[in-house]
Design a protein around this ligand. Structure first.
Ligand code: CA
Ligand code: CA
Length: 235
């Protein structure tokens, strides 16, 4: 081996040692901090979570407003025809032999007869008058009226209402009228009259045919009178 070869080898060793030293220095002395990196891209959305448990039932709400009135219903069917007043056997046809009561060979309203018994809702009326002449040991007098036809059996005794001087009420609204079950006495011309009542006229079924009134003078020793209309409506 020549001396130049030994030198080259020594130089190589030195170069290696220098490189090792440079590398060691590189680890010991850090370089300057680099610039911040850019933000990464957003991640993808996660999967939906599971449903929660249902909440408790709420309180009952307030009642709503009343709805509008509905439309009128359809008209009802026609009623059946009534019975002619002359149709005594109620077969719907005139039977001359038995229903021509006035003998003119025609059956019409002139053959009609009063019903045997008053019907509910029928108003009957009439007149009455009487005088009181003293002296009397019993200072009252009597006046009576009859119904054109009897009241139906079982009808209650009428409620008597005395209306002197043309006065009226809801149950006795005027001459010729009366509320069902009320017997109105419209005394339009009186003198020395205090009051009236049924007296002894309500006995058994007597009240179904008419009435009798006890009329009391205001002053028993003075004369008096009553002139009146009566009206009664069958309840
Ligand atoms: Ca007939
Ligand atoms: Ca006739």
């Amino acid at each position: 081996m020549s001396s130049s070869g030994g030198l080259a080898k020594a130089l190589s060793v030195v170069a290696v040692l220098l490189a090792v030293v440079a590398l060691a220095i590189n680890f010991v002395v850090p370089g300057p901090q680099g610039a911040a990196g850019t933000d990464g891209t957003n991640g993808t959305a996660g999967a939906d979570g599971t449903d929660g448990t249902p909440g408790a039932t709420g309180a009952t709400g307030a009642t709503g407003a009343t709805g509008a009135q509905g439309p009128a219903g359809p008209a009802g069917a026609d009623g059946t025809n009534g019975t002619h007043c002359w149709d005594l056997n109620q077969n719907g046809v005139p039977d001359v032999a038995t229903e021509d009561l006035n003998g003119d060979a025609v059956v019409d309203v002139f053959d009609c007869a009063f019903p045997a018994v008053a019907r509910s809702g029928m108003t009957m009326s009439g007149s009455l008058s009487a005088r009181y002449v003293p002296p009397s040991s019993n200072p009252y007098f009597l006046v009576a009226g009859s119904y054109p036809m009897p009241l139906p059996a079982g009808t209650s005794v009428p409620t008597l209402e005395y209306r002197p001087g043309g006065t009226t009420t809801g149950t006795c609204p005027g001459i010729g009228m009366a509320a069902p079950g009320t017997l109105c006495i419209y005394a339009y011309n009186t003198n020395n009259i205090a009051s009236i009542d049924f007296g002894g006229s309500v006995s058994g079924n007597s009240y179904l045919y008419g009435f009798s009134l006890d009329v009391f003078p205001t002053v028993g020793t003075n004369p008096g009178w009553i002139i009146a209309n009566w009206a009664y409506t069958v309840p």
